[in-house]
Design a protein around this ligand. Sequence first.
Ligand code: NAI
Length: 252
Amino acid sequence: GKTIIVTGAASGIGAATARLVQAWGGRVIAVDRHQPADPVDAFFAADLSDRASIDALVAALPAGAHGLANIAGLPPTRPAAEVLRVNFVGLKHLTTRLVPNLADGAAIVNLASLAGLDWAEALPAVRASQDLAFEDVEAFCRDHGIAGARSYFFSKEALIAWTLRHRWTWRDRGIRMNAVSPGPVDTPILKDFVATLGARAEQDMAVMDRAGRPEDIAPVVGFLLSDASAWIRGANIPADGGLYAHVLDRRH
Ligand code: NAI
């Protein structure tokens, strides 16, 4: 079995991914602010919005993991700079610091979102964000007019672009990175999307047969962590009950 580091493992999609990895015979190293309720093989508490906490985490994590599932994330109800730190800057920092300690052939999977699919429309800011450091987040948000719920969208746009950009960065070691973009999923933060996105969230839900469940997303993450996806690199896979196709179809 593989050893997979799962961030955000205490709740929602991260918890479902941890259960799936174990059901498939793997070991889970959980990372979260909170202790997971479900049994995991190891748990490391960390604040993924904070560089020092991430550096301490990287020093503490065992070497040789076969996968990293970057699932921790904050909803658009949180302050803009904090959202950008957890959903993008911290994820980027953890991943680049951890790669030297991962096994050759390891797979990295980033939880993006349907909210990030228009990344190409925000290109100048998305390009400027790709090497964004912790200490520059506030100034970056100011300079690019990223405030309120926009920060959630931007964090996912930047993450999708970053995933595409690093399709071959670690190819010499066989390390791959991909993203998954869910539509609305029934977890504790679904109400925060509805609260901040208002009419748009209601329109989305009105055309859906149902909201997604964490168990709808975990197998996509699991596939991208497995050797079955060996030739998939720098991809962003929607898992949204058809909502992205609906949005595109309506637009064009
Ligand atoms: P959730 O709120 O159930 O789980 C998120 C987990 O991340 C929590 O356990 C939380 O403690 C952890 N976390 C948040 N900030 C942290 C920090 N600073 N340090 C350490 N851990 C931290 O949310 P859910 O829905 O499972 O979301 C998982 C991912 O899926 C997120 O990246 C989210 O943006 C993404 N997503 C969720 C959708 C939804 O409708 N629920 C839709 C599309 C994407």
